[in-house]
Structures are given as structure tokens and as C-alpha cells.
Design a protein around this ligand. Sequence first.
Ligand code: ATP
Length: 513
Amino acid sequence: MSDTNAPATRSMDAIVSLCRRRGFIFQSSEIYGGINGFWDYGPLGTALKRNLKNAWWNDIVDRELLGPDGKPVDIVGVDCTIIMNPKTWVASGHVGGFNDPMVDCKESKARYRADHLACICLNGQTEGGQIYAYVSGDDDSLARARKALDKYCKRTLQDTDVATCPFSALSAAERGITVGPDAKTPGSLTEPRMFNLMFETHCGAIRDADSLAYLRPETAQGIFANFWNIVDTSRVKVPFGIAQVGKAFRNEVTPRNFTFRSREFEQMEIEFFIRPDSANEWYAWWRDQRFAWWQSIGLAGENLLLRAHDKDELAHYAKTGAGTSDIEYRFPFTSPGFGELEGVAHRADFDLKAHATHCGKGDKMRYFDQERNERYFPHVIEPSAGADRGTLALLCEAYTPDPARPSGVYMKFNPRMAPIKAAVYPLVNKEGMPEIAESLYRELRREWSVEFDEKQSIGKRYARMDEAGTPYCFTVDGDTATDQAVTVRHRDSLQQERIGIGQVKEWLRERIG
Ligand code: ATP
């Protein structure tokens, strides 16, 4: 996560509470107390996430996309299994290297990612004094550590009295005097140990080493493993891409920040296969294309950042390549820093070569480029995005406090993303108004997700739609029967205007597509 100096403006607690209250997101199996790192989407959240995924698929696979040379870009879809032959994960490097350093607390039994732990102590007192660990980015955890340090020093310390450092920078002796984030006694945190993030399972009735399998930790490898099938069975030619949307599973050591770091999540990945000598051009094009896409669906402001990786951040396969960039969003819990939404990486020919080697066919698996009459392993540009992090960014961006409204807040979704596109209301539940409203509702419902509601005061119904982020509400009133017009209320400006009932459909189509 990178930093800027922008202040935190939105409260995550308020956003989480709205998500729960209005049915965007619930804890998985909440009736049993939930399960850490797993989340369910309610009706509004499901619609929001589906709109995000559909927009991605439409804009990437279905619609014409013009590449850097102005020619249409060829991208096809796949839908691969979650469980694959375990050799896949040996070839991809996940069995050997998909590890995070993990620290256990012997006292609280909590487990932390070592690179997520930071420490504070009295300036100049790493030896002899007491050190307090906290989870970086978690304000409550930091506040607890500061309180404990104040208590230990028997005074209220100023910021200038306190020194901070990453847990990984402590010596063994310093770790011995460090109190864990949820503990009271020093020395309870273990040495960092490597922990593989893949969920394991067994296929078949016998649970032994031969039946061991993994839940995929990314959707990308299904694409790579099918590269040859797709070249053989469709008319694609390099450059072309394969896209997939689907679930991925990672046994994250410390799932946190709502859905941002979950153990089950959805990815939207493209592997774009190119000639090795065109990597710079395609990498730059995809990076800019993907950044512009997130802007187009409503993350247009200064909360979105395109950040090129420093050389020391690059994955091993990317070291000599065209580069890696992250598209990052400033979430309330990362602010003033940013958290990753999508990575765009030049992966060179690492994955195709690795699969060719591990399946035993080696160079025979090289792609034959008819135009050039040459064989090679194509290079890959990989834009890899998270559907859950994308949905969370849309929720955080949309959340707009407004004390003047009865709901106190409204969700300013881009209309293309809005779970409900419009509501149709009779002003009162009598005098023919419900019948006219219902017939308009039915007409609109043929094309869009539209809500009809005749209960409660009109103010309460508008407030519900403000919280759901519905861009337009159409109200049938006492004049409608005579002037054949309805009042449309705009969610953001609260302006109201009168339009002919026969024009509503076209009016809406122009605004939401
Ligand atoms: P991080 O550094 O935050 O763990 P990553 O670099 O490991 O992320 P990738 O392996 O590049 O992530 O995965 C691609 C995308 O998948 C990420 O940009 C993110 O949107 C999503 N993603 C990865 N891990 C998680 C997770 N635990 N929960 C939700 N989304 C995730």
C-alpha cells in the first residue's frame, strides 16, 4: 500500500453498517457467528457486483476494443474449474513459493502476517524497555498499543517521544520484550514462519498424499493450462487474450478490512498473449486502458491511482520485463494511502514455459506464428483485478453523507453500476395512481432492474432509494391522469422535473444505457 498526504474523509464503520442494514453485504453464516474472511452479498450487493462483472466482461470480451495499432483486439472467454490437477500449482510456483511470513501469539492465539505488524516503543528504548506490536493500518490496534505504552511509561507520551518500526526489523532480543497486539505479556510472539496460502482438499474417498488437491488461489492458471486448447480449437492468433471471471481462494493469515482481504473472493483476469518484441507497447496500452476503465465506472476522482512498481517490488519473472503497475484505490482504511484493486504485469513467457516444461513436452509446445514462420512462447500481459475489491471501492466511492436528507446519506453510484436503476411510485395509494405507476413500472421492468413501492410516505421511499443508490425515482401524482406526466427526482441534485409518461423509457435509456 502506498501513501500520499490526503486525509481520511469517510468512516469505514458507517459504510459497513449501511452495507449490513441495506443488504449489500453480510457476514457469511452470520447466524452462527460468522467465519473470519468470508462474506455474503445480499440482494443489493449481488446486483452491484454483477453489474461490475458484467461491465468488465462486456467491455473486454463482447464489445469491440481497439488496440494500440487501431485494430480490434481479439479476446475470448473461458470458465475453468476451481480444482485443477495439483501439478498446475507446482508448475506455477504456488506449491513452492506462495507463502506469507506468519507470526503466532502464544498468549492470545491470534495469528498475524509478519509484514503487517509494526511496533512502537519509547524513543531510544528498544533495549531494556518494552515494545508494543500493532497491526499496521488498524487504528484501534495502534490506539491500544499507544495506551499500553503510556501506561508502561506512566505518562501520556507525545508523538515525538515514540519510535516506530516494522516487526520484521526487530532482533531476537527485541522480540523477547515485545507485547503482541492482543496480548499483555512480552515475548508472546513467535518467530515469523512461512505459511502456504493455498487451501487444501482431497479428491475421492481416500485422504492421502495422492488425493491431495488445492482450491485455486488465482484464476490465471486455468487460462494458461488451456492456452493450447484454445489455439487449436478457435481462430485466435497472437496477439490475442483469454479472459476469465471466477472464484479464487487464499488462506490469508489475517483477513481484514471488510471484503478487501478475504479468504474466498472473485477475480477478473485477462492473459493477453503477444509477440515478445511488442511487450512495451501492449503493456503501456493495457495499463492505460484498465485505468481508464475503472474511471469510466465511477472511480474518476483523486481516490484512484496508477502506480508503477519500483524495481525491488517486481516479481521474479517481471524483473527484466516491460513492468508492473497497480491500479489502487484510496479506501477509508488505507487513507491517506491506497490499496490494490488490479495489477497489470508483464509476465514474460514464465507461465507458458513452466507448464510446457512440467507437462514434459517442453519446446514442442511453442506457438507457431504463421505470419513470421517462427516458433516461440508468447509473452503475456496480465491485467488481474478483484471483483470484491472493485465492489468495495464502488461502495466507498458512492457513500456520500448528506445531513439534509432523511437518510443522512446517499449512495452516488455511477448509473451503470447502480443495483436499482429507477423506482416508480404512486404519490399516494389511491385515486388511480397505483394502477398508472404499476403499468409504468412493468414497462420499465422489461429492460431494467426497477422497483415499485406503494407503502409508506413518499419521503421514506425516497430515503430508501437514496441508500440503495437508485439514480432516478418517478412519481405518479394527482395530475398524472390528466397531463400524462410524472415527476422525476434526481438522486444527486434532488432536482425534480416533469416529463411525459410516454417519454420515460427513452429518457431513462439516454441516461443509463
Ligand atoms: P495483495 O498484495 O493485496 O495481497 P496480490 O498482489 O497478492 O494482493 P494478486 O495476486 O495480484 O493480488 O491478485 C489480483 C487481484 O485479486 C488483486 O488486485 C485483488 O483485487 C484481488 N485479491 C487478491 N487477494 C485478495 C483477497 N485476499 N481478497 C480479496 N481480493 C483479493
